[in-house]
Design a protein around this ligand. Structure first.
Ligand code: ASP
Ligand code: MG
Length: 427
């Protein structure tokens, strides 16, 4: 039997009891004959607590030192999990991200993995031990400093390690039973998905579903790594993130792809409108160059048809709320050069997205989605689509209504409530 990588989120290792419970699960997997590599998050809200502590010391902690501090959270849980396994009579060794060979670039706070050299992990498992790795951290190739990979990135550590080790599966344990057709806190009748394709999961994660870190899904898709998302609080089968079976696999096409995988929402974005942009070649390029230079990540972009009388148009786009300030300053500096009228900033928006690979071959999905929003009294402010996703921007106060109406319109509601949230934060 092959290698299984298991990742336990903060709520699964929130206290000593949680750590002992997780250790039993890990040992059970080992006893079933697998080599086991475990990736852990920091206990409960430890990462937030460490951040708060830093802020009490200084409002602007040096990024290198902040990374040094935050990586301590995962070190605590890795050592405790290793101790709990040892107490059950099994061999376990914990490793920091650096020791595990997670090599990154040198951007503190959101470093990217550039290589994995898991020699010490391979040695540990060859020696019969269970390897426990601190998630969310690595070491910079250039500076040799400790880095963090961004909030929620232990998932990414797990999938990256699984790919590098050639694991047969990467199991991501959290406090919910899997991936649901919508957030069960908004739609209590949301259904657990038995499986979802990498492509759909990628769109779900990019559209605000918090169950998996976006980069982890990108990684899983690139390396075609099956991911099993499940709860550490139950033995239930979770959701498999897998690519659709090929026509000549034993499963064949027996499993007809559902049209819609789910409805995701995101309240973390803001909208900026540049009003009265002269309708001339090159203006949009200038505006978006300025945003790119300021490292602002854009999501949706809409340019209206220009009014015939003025030859001016409005350009609206959405971006992460925390980039709002940087974007507004970058654009303000352009006002004279571009000659637009004014800027509008709105952070009371939400995005609702309908996702499903089946929508490719089913016309009429868009009409049905918009009709559901209309009958629920939800006004659409912006629209964007990909091949397997339709997203709308609505007023923040209407997000719940929009998600519920869409979920019902596409017959996604379960007959009975299936969703159980066992722990705290959904991670
Ligand atoms: N502990 C880190 C965080 O809270 C990483 C993770 O949980 O995945 O962001
Ligand atoms: Mg966490």
């Amino acid at each position: 039997m092959g290698i299984v990588v298991q990742k336990y989120g903060g709520s699964s290792v929130a206290d000593a009891d949680g750590i002992k419970r997780v250790a039993q699960r890990i040992v059970a997997t080992k006893k079933a004959g697998h080599d086991v590599v475990v990736v852990v998050s920091a206990m409960g809200d430890a990462t937030d607590d460490l951040r708060d502590l830093a802020e009490q010391v200084t409002p602007l902690p040096p990024p290198r030192e902040l990374d040094m501090l935050l990586t301590a959270g995962e070190r605590i849980s890795m050592a405790l999990v290793a101790m709990a396994i040892a107490a059950l009579g099994h061999k376990a060794q914990s490793f920091t991200g650096s020791q595990a060979g997670v090599i990154t670039d040198s951007v503190h706070g959101r470093a990217k993995i550039i290589d994995i050299t898991p020699g010490r992990i391979e040695q540990a498992i060859a020696g019969g031990a269970i390897a426990i790795v601190a998630g969310f951290q690595g070491v910079s190739q250039d500076t040799k400093d400790v880095t963090t990979l961004g909030r929620g990135a232990s998932d990414t550590t797990a999938v990256a390690l699984a790919a590098a080790l050639g694991a047969e599966v990467c199991e991501i344990y959290s406090d919910v039973d899997g991936v649901f057709t919508a957030d069960p806190r908004i739609v209590p009748t949301a259904r657990k998905l038995d499986r979802i394709s990498h492509e759909e999961m990628l769109e779900m994660a990019a559209s605000g579903a918090k169950i998996l870190h976006l980069r982890c899904v990108e990684y899983a898709r690139r390396y075609n790594m099956p991911v099993h998302v499940r709860s550490s609080f139950s033995q239930k089968e979770g959701t498999w993130v897998l690519d659709a079976p090929s026509p000549d696999s034993p499963e064949g096409f027996a499993m007809e792809q559902a049209i819609i995988a789910g409805v995701a929402h995101d309240r973390s974005e803001a909208k900026i409108t540049v009003v009265g942009v002269p309708d001339k070649i090159g203006e949009a390029a200038r505006i978006f160059e300025a945003l790119a230079t300021s490292e602002v990540n854009l999501d949706m972009v809409v340019q209206n048809v220009s009014a015939a009388t003025t030859s001016r148009t409005d350009i609206s786009f959405t971006l992460p709320r925390e980039d709002g300030q940087a974007a507004m300053s970058a654009l303000a500096r352009l006002q004279d050069e571009v000659g637009y009228d004014k800027l509008l900033f709105d952070d009371r928006i939400g995005k609702v997205s309908l996702i499903g690979a089946g929508m490719r071959s089913h016309p009429g999905i868009t009409a049905k989605f918009f009709a559901a929003l209309a009958s629920a009294g939800v006004n659409i402010e912006m629209i964007s689509t990909s091949e397997i996703r339709i997203s709308v921007i609505v007023d923040e106060s209407q997000v719940d209504t929009a998600v519920q109406a869409t979920h019902t319109a596409f017959d996604l509601d379960a007959a009975e409530v299936e969703a159980v949230v066992y722990g705290g934060t959904g991670r």
